[in-house]
Design a protein around this ligand. Structure first.
Ligand code: NFE
Length: 470
């Protein structure tokens, strides 16, 4: 028997996502299994259109508004895109301050992802809204564990507030940091600010290494089958992040988590940005039938709705012709911090974020020590009037790139590819599904009116559809 399950909207994410699951029922076991999945971004935003005709220096301020969860990455990507087109190296303090603002944002996002967006797929919260109605399927934590986890859910709200405050010490304010601009940062480095940041870092680091880490391990212990569920294409991509040396090229500088590509068959490659492509075959946009490089003159964001065969406002990024997974799991594998025994799954995506949080708090302490009190944080950036370029780094959810063309100081083209666009993309012109769609295939659904097993897979990617449709 065949049936389709529609989850629309998927909640506990950022933005607007619809998931359609075509199901097969096994004649012998009677189990309902996902045959194919379709992920639809159901909102159009057009931030790239807003950039057209704008002054180059507007880009970080405007693109930070793509999202309230990863605004630091957007302001940063826009800044390095412009800086690298002028072969500009920001002052050392600017590099370190940017690392510190971004790292605080990563911690904020990882805590949010586990406690507030994912955990309620595995446990029931208190018997009142907004925690009810709740899923009743396959809830395995006992009462004591649930109560303890919920205490941590509550504490995590406070920890997130602190990570925002930490980022705001150098970012000016958050979510949308004011201080990351082309040329450096506007935050003065003082002893008082370093001490303030350090004090908060100590508290967050304790929460991360003791509570967050052990809660994720409790999840892994209680739901070990989810180490085998939600794998996906296993082709991993990272652009690299957290610059460790002063350089005009962020994509070739030494970084805490390097960029690269790791395919399902174990082949590793250096990242070749010319191989990053986008298809709009199943997206409500005008465009060529084949995939287009975001820096090409053919790349555009022109809405076309309705459109035959299209089902999403998200485009379909591919590397060469492959569907890729981006995110902390990809970063940890590409950095060699996760060995070959770690395969992509619901649980390993959470474990990767814990590992990354631990690595980050160590690095944050080091960056604080490297800051020079009162040292330069900014130099005026002189841009060529007409130039093209791109900036690529990692957002919490994975690889993020901004591509632009500037003519007489104004953008004639601005293209953004976000990690959720990579992960939650619809099929491409060859019918190849996106990573999340592929990860959902094969998932067993116990109750078609309460498809929590599918939500566990979806939430493990931490999709942000606001970013994906930008
Ligand atoms: Ni809107 Fe974003 C995505 C992340 S891209 S949350 O996808 O992380 O900067």
């Amino acid at each position: 028997m065949k049936q389709t399950i529609i989850i629309d909207p998927v909640t506990r994410i950022e933005g607007h996502l619809k998931i359609a699951l075509d199901m097969d029922t096994d004649a012998h076991t009677g189990k309902n299994r996902v045959r194919t999945a379709r992920a639809s971004g159901t909102m159009f935003r057009g931030m790239e259109k807003i950039l057209e005709g704008r002054d180059a220096f507007d880009a970080p301020i405007i693109t930070a508004r793509v999202c309230g969860v990863c605004p630091v990455s957007h302001a940063y990507a826009a800044s390095i895109a412009l800086e690298s087109s002028a072969a500009f190296t920001p002052p050392k303090n600017a590099r370190l301050v940017r690392n510190l603002i971004l790292a605080a944002n990563f911690l904020q996002s990882h805590i949010l992802h586990f406690y507030h967006l994912s955990l309620l797929d595995f446990m029931q919260g208190p018997s009142m809204p907004p925690w009810r109605p709740a899923s009743k399927v396959d809830m395995r934590f006992n009462t004591v564990e649930s109560e303890e986890l919920f205490k941590h859910y509550d504490l995590a709200l406070d920890m997130r507030r602190k990570t925002h405050s930490m980022g705001a010490i150098f970012g000016g304010h958050l979510p949308h940091p004011a201080s990351i601009i082309p040329g450096g940062v506007t935050a003065v480095v003082s002893r008082e600010r370093i001490d303030q940041y350090q004090g908060m870092l100590k508290e967050i680091s304790q929460f991360g290494t003791e509570i967050y880490a052990s809660d994720v391990e409790l999840l892994a212990h209680t739901y070990p089958d989810y180490l085998q569920i939600g794998g996906g294409p296993e082709n991993l991509i990272a652009y690299g992040v957290f610059v460790e040396e002063d350089s005009s090229s962020v994509t070739s500088a030494k970084r805490l988590f390097p960029g690269g590509v790791l395919f399902a068959d174990g082949t590793r490659e250096a990242l070749d940005s010319s191989q990053i492509m986008e298809s709009v075959a199943c997206s409500w946009y005008e465009g060529p039938t084949g995939a287009t490089h975001p820096g090409s003159s053919k790349a555009s964001t022109t809405a076309l709705y309705p459109k035959s065969g299209a089902y999403s406002w998200t485009k379909s990024p591919r590397y060469k012709t492959f569907a890729m997974e981006a995110g902390a799991f990809a970063r940890m594998k590409i950095a060699g911090l996760f060995g070959s025994e770690k395969r992509a799954s619901v649980i390993t995506r959470h474990q990767a974020r814990v590992l990354e949080a631990k690595e980050l708090v160590r690095a944050m302490g080091r960056w604080l020590e490297q800051l020079e009190v009162g040292g330069a944080v900014y130099e005026a950036l002189k841009l060529p009037a007409s130039v093209s370029g791109f900036g690529a780094l990692e957002a919490p959810r994975g690889a993020l790139g901004h591509w632009f063309t500037l003519v007489d100081g104004k953008f004639t083209s601005y293209q953004i590819i976000t990690p959720t666009c990579i992960n939650a993309s619809p099929a491409d012109e060859k019918g190849l599904p996106g990573a999340m769609e592929a990860a959902l295939a094969g998932t067993v659904i116990t109750d078609s009116s309460d498809a929590v097993e599918a939500l566990r897979v979806v939430h493990s990617f931490d999709p942000c559809l606001a970013c994906a449709v930008h």
